[in-house]
Design a protein around this ligand. Structure first.
Ligand code: SF4
Ligand code: SF4
Length: 194
């Protein structure tokens, strides 16, 4: 993610609708990602209102890394330190905002959340979640309930061949495309979205 340099960054607007932009005012530490914003920017105001954030990078074609977490302003006494770190790593910001004073900018830190690595090129696809800080992984996808009659219909419909026999049958989530084809074919209604 750090190597990508510029990341897509999604927040929620004040109207609740999604807002996405490219972001390069970033600094990575082992325990946090630091983001630079101008205090007056909608981006900063959105995070002050709702600190949920997602960052998305393309590691290589077909392979993405997504960070889901919460962005919190760093303590006031640490603001200058992190601004200087980001300004030194991204000198273009000094040119982009030549009149920007340190007090005009605001540094947020994302310390708690989780990463999702999604490789759509491998066969089968690979999806891996990794929590960091106090973050908890929030997964989506499909699950099979005890209503399963072990008929095997779903296995034939799965493009990733990631449903394995058992009682009940089980989806190997690491290889699941989350396409929903299995749920549409199950005669028992045993597969549902989570
Ligand atoms: S199609 Fe439904 S009932 Fe049949 S094995 Fe799959 S989950 Fe179980
Ligand atoms: S959601 Fe798609 S990829 Fe995942 S188990 Fe069902 S059919 Fe397979």
């Amino acid at each position: 993610m750090q190597a990508a340099g510029t990341l897509a960054c999604a927040t929620r607007g004040t109207d609740g609708a999604p807002r996405v932009r490219f972001l390069s005012g970033l600094h990575f530490e082992l325990d946090a990602v630091y983001l630079l914003a101008s205090r007056g920017m909608p981006f900063a105001r959105q995070l002050m209102r709702d600190n949920r954030i997602q960052l998305l990078a393309e590691a290589r074609p077909g392979v993405s890394i997504r960070l889901t977490g919460r962005a919190v302003p760093v303590p006031e006494e640490e603001q200058v330190r992190w601004r200087l770190v980001i300004f030194d790593e991204r000198p273009q910001y000094r040119e982009l905002y030549p009149a920007l004073k340190y007090d005009d900018s605001l540094v947020f830190a994302v310390r708690d959340g989780f990463f999702e690595w999604l490789d759509l090129v491998s066969d089968p696809i690979l999806r891996v979640y990794v929590p960091f800080g106090k973050g908890e992984v929030q997964t989506s996808g499909y699950k099979i309930s005890d209503r399963c009659a072990r008929c095997g219909t779903c296995t034939a419909s799965c493009p990733q061949r990631c449903i394995v026999p058992g009682d009940p049958f089980r989806i190997v989530q690491e290889h699941c495309l989350q396409c929903g084809a299995c749920a549409e074919t199950c005669p028992r209604g045993a597969i549902s979205a989570v």
